[in-house]
Design a protein around this ligand. Structure first.
Ligand SMILES: CC(C)(COP(=O)(O)OP(=O)(O)OC[C@H]1O[C@@H](n2cnc3c(N)ncnc32)[C@H](O)[C@@H]1OP(=O)(O)O)[C@@H](O)C(=O)NCCC(=O)NCCS
Length: 177
């Protein structure tokens, strides 16, 4: 059972969180995660990624959650809101990352449940995501996501090969109230 606390990371809190988020992304990619980057992946590249996320969060295009364990940020996930006029009911779950030394304590599950609560508060009706990771697919299935389909060789792997992406979705119930 996790002892982590999950909280929203508002745009003005990014500077204080930047080093920890950079470390998490850097460590996850070096541990083999297929989350958009390939090796070599210097720390500066990871930091620059979070700067673009901060700008997007400031524009209201995404909502970032972090998990703290003993006051240290060890995990994160994002809701990226569809910007199309016909997609206002939809968000993508992106960059679910838990530091390799904080895994298998339920932190990713707690982050996903918090992300779904945010989606519900915003009256979203559909969450989509894609993953190249067996561990993540198992977690998403457990949380009620269905497999939409598999695209072979979708992304370059950290090692220079290719990895299939499993696209998944979860429909959210309309607010009964
Ligand atoms: C996938 C990831 C986010 C899981 O984080 P975590 O905090 O360790 O996950 P949790 O402890 O919440 O696990 C919840 C459930 O997910 C499944 N799961 C998590 N890690 C798993 C693994 N390595 N192998 C198999 N199942 C796994 C299990 O069902 C687990 O429940 P259990 O521990 O009771 O068996 C983490 O391994 C990670 O950051 N990986 C690299 C980045 C990545 O691939 N992110 C997903 C991008 S789509």
């Amino acid at each position: 059972m996790t002892r982590a606390t999950i909280e929203a990371l508002p745009a003005n809190a990014f500077p204080a969180a930047r080093d920890a988020l950079t470390d998490i992304l850097h460590a996850c990619v070096h541990a083999g995660a297929s989350v958009g980057f390939v090796l070599p992946f210097p720390l500066e590249r990871a930091g620059a990624f979070w700067d673009t996320v901060a700008a997007s969060a400031a524009d209201g295009q995404r909502h970032v959650l972090v998990a703290r364990l003993d006051d240290r940020i060890v995990g994160t996930v994002q809701l990226v809101f569809a910007q199309q006029d016909n997609g206002r009911h939809r968000a993508e779950i992106a960059k679910l990352l838990v530091h390799p030394d904080a895994r298998r304590r339920g932190i990713a599950q707690a982050l996903m449940q918090a992300a779904e609560a945010v989606a519900h508060q915003r009256n979203l009706r559909l969450l989509v995501l894609d993953t190249g990771t067996d561990a993540a697919e198992a977690l998403y299935r457990r949380l009620g996501f269905a497999l939409t389909g598999v695209v072979p060789n979708y992304a370059a792997d950290v090692d220079g090969g290719f990895v299939a992406s499993r696209f998944m979705h979860k429909e959210l119930p309309a607010d009964a109230g």
